[in-house]
Design a protein. Structure first.
Length: 160
């Protein structure tokens, strides 16, 4: 099988890999690049655990052909924090006990990141809509929604 070169930015760093035709982005990120933060959940685009941002928009990496990210910006949870400091959204998840097993957490964080970047003051309904493509089987959604509200408030300079 012929491999195709793909160059893209991953969390702000130039990345180049050779991919098999038809390879999905999730496999390339996990196996080809070593970024294990997007999780393999269902492999069918229904659970959201593999959500990444491509040019700032949430995408299911299990359904995204790796070749389509040529020249684009891809962000995973690894790109949220800078060094040892967690991003405010990650802190809110931790402080609000918004993760139990943590399997859905990367997808939730990426969906919420996209929301908060485009809408720093989302309503509860907008938060629910933004994470609606992500399934959580452990925590339930209240702590997650509350953490996103808290991060939004902190981002605006006030405590929720």
């Amino acid at each position: 099988m012929q491999k195709t070169p793909v160059q893209f930015s991953l969390n702000g760093s130039d990345t180049a890999v050779f991919v098999d035709g038809g390879a999905n982005l999730l496999d390339v990120l996990r196996r080809g690049v070593g970024d294990l933060t997007p999780k393999y959940g269902c492999g069918q685009g229904t659970c959201g655990s593999c959500t990444v941002l491509i040019d700032g928009e949430p995408h299911l990496s299990c359904l995204t052909l790796a070749e389509t990210v040529e020249g684009r910006q891809v962000e995973t949870v690894n790109g949220l924090s800078r060094g040892p400091d967690l991003a405010p959204l990650q802190k809110a998840f931790m402080e609000g006990f918004a993760a139990q097993c943590g399997y859905c957490t990367p997808g939730m964080l990426m969906a919420a990141t996209a929301l908060l970047r485009s809408n720093p003051a989302p309503s509860r309904e907008e938060i629910v809509e933004a994470i609606s493509g992500n399934i959580c089987r452990c925590t339930g959604y209240e702590p997650i929604i509350n953490a996103i509200e808290s991060a939004a408030a902190a981002q605006r300079g006030r405590v929720a």
